[in-house]
Design a protein around this ligand. Structure first.
Ligand code: ATP
Ligand code: MG
Length: 319
């Protein structure tokens, strides 16, 4: 990797580190995190440039991730309504090969999904090796919306013994164990929480009402859900305190300034890929021999007076 790129990856990895919730720490969203934070040393223009560079790096890493086919990456995105999940996915993933990415948005569970254990539907959409999977909302809804609206639990058909006061503590543990299993089996779990302020949510809802091109995004249900703001903040804080683990830590990304949100999520994903450091597969001597054979056959088919192997000439001039 060129020295300039190494420097960019290092800088962005440091940014990702600074957003990480220390495993085991008890945190409170309103006391410990500022939704409007941007680094004093970074202007929006510099941030946008850095995002451009991180998008380039992401594409390069993804190419190697796909070629190596050993690791998968699962990006978990959680946020309150209007937190900016959709825009973040659109911007951060704009440079990567669409064949290597799947996004899945989790909505209210279907009747079929409710007939299964609570993690079942999420496991149906995990990325394969070589792929980046994005969960737009995720298994964490099971300790968020379900916690804020306990009546949702009634629809989950749980046996009596699986309910009771320790249910959410148990779910945290089960989620941690599930993620540990995924990571140990080569699926890296990268968790991002977009932290939006109440006032910025109000402004974004109003923009959805006032601007014709945003009307389709507005849902009266979102405004009704806003009435549960404090309950959600508490549920988010508990989630962060109980499920930021060594193997799958949370990153709390300030979400009031979209340019910084996009940069910070790009940095977090890039840092995860840099940690994996995927490599193009090396050929063994048998495979190498096969390529040499094929090369001879193709060179023999060169048109009269034409270059025998234009790709080799290009490769030589590039080094
Ligand atoms: P957008 O509004 O940007 O299109 P969204 O993610 O908010 O995206 P919606 O269709 O508006 O999508 O909302 C999905 C709804 O599904 C949310 O209200 C969420 O809380 C709910 N939901 C997701 N998972 C579960 C779950 N396991 N149990 C109950 N409700 C869930
Ligand atoms: Mg919505």
């Amino acid at each position: 990797m060129a020295a300039e790129s190494t420097k960019t990856v290092k800088r962005l990895s440091e940014l990702a580190d600074s957003l990480r919730v220390k495993p085991g720490a008890t945190v409170s969203l309103d006391k410990d995190f500022d939704p409007a934070f941007t680094p004093a040393s970074l202007t929006r223009k510099q941030g946008d440039e850095l995002l451009g560079q991180s998008i380039e790096q992401l594409a390069a890493y993804q190419d190697r991730l796909a070629a190596q086919e050993t690791y998968g990456v699962l990006l978990v995105l959680q946020a309150i309504d209007a937190g900016g999940k959709d825009g973040t996915i659109k911007h951060v993933m704009s440079g990567v090969n669409p064949q290597g990415v799947q996004v899945h948005s989790f909505k209210v569970p279907s009747a079929e999904e409710l007939r299964h254990d609570f993690l079942w539907r999420y496991s149906q959409h995990l990325p394969a090796r070589g792929q980046i999977g994005i969960f737009n909302r995720s298994h964490y809804e099971e300790v968020l919306v379900v916690r804020v609206h306990r009546a949702l639990l009634d629809r989950q058909k749980l046996p009596a013994g699986a309910r009771g006061s320790s249910l959410f503590k148990r779910r945290y543990r089960e989620i941690n164990n599930w993620e540990r299993y995924l990571v140990a089996n080569g699926i890296k779990v990268v968790k991002v929480f977009l932290n939006l302020s109440r006032e910025e949510q109000r402004k974004r809802f109003l923009a959805r009402i006032d601007l014709a091109e945003k009307n389709w995004k507005f849902s009266a249900a979102d405004v009704a859900e806003r009435a549960h703001w404090d309950d959600y903040q508490k549920a988010f804080s508990e989630m962060l305190s109980n499920t930021s683990t060594k193997w799958a830590p949370w990153h709390v990304v300030p979400a009031d300034h979209k340019w910084f949100t996009h940069l910070a999520v790009g940095a977090t994903l890039l840092a995860a890929l840099a940690e994996i450091d995927p490599q193009y597969p090396k050929l063994d001597s048998e495979a190498r021999g096969g390529l040499d054979e094929a090369k001879k056959l193709l060179e023999a088919e060169a048109p009269k007076g034409g270059a025998k192997d234009p790709a080799a000439m290009r490769a030589a001039s590039a080094t």
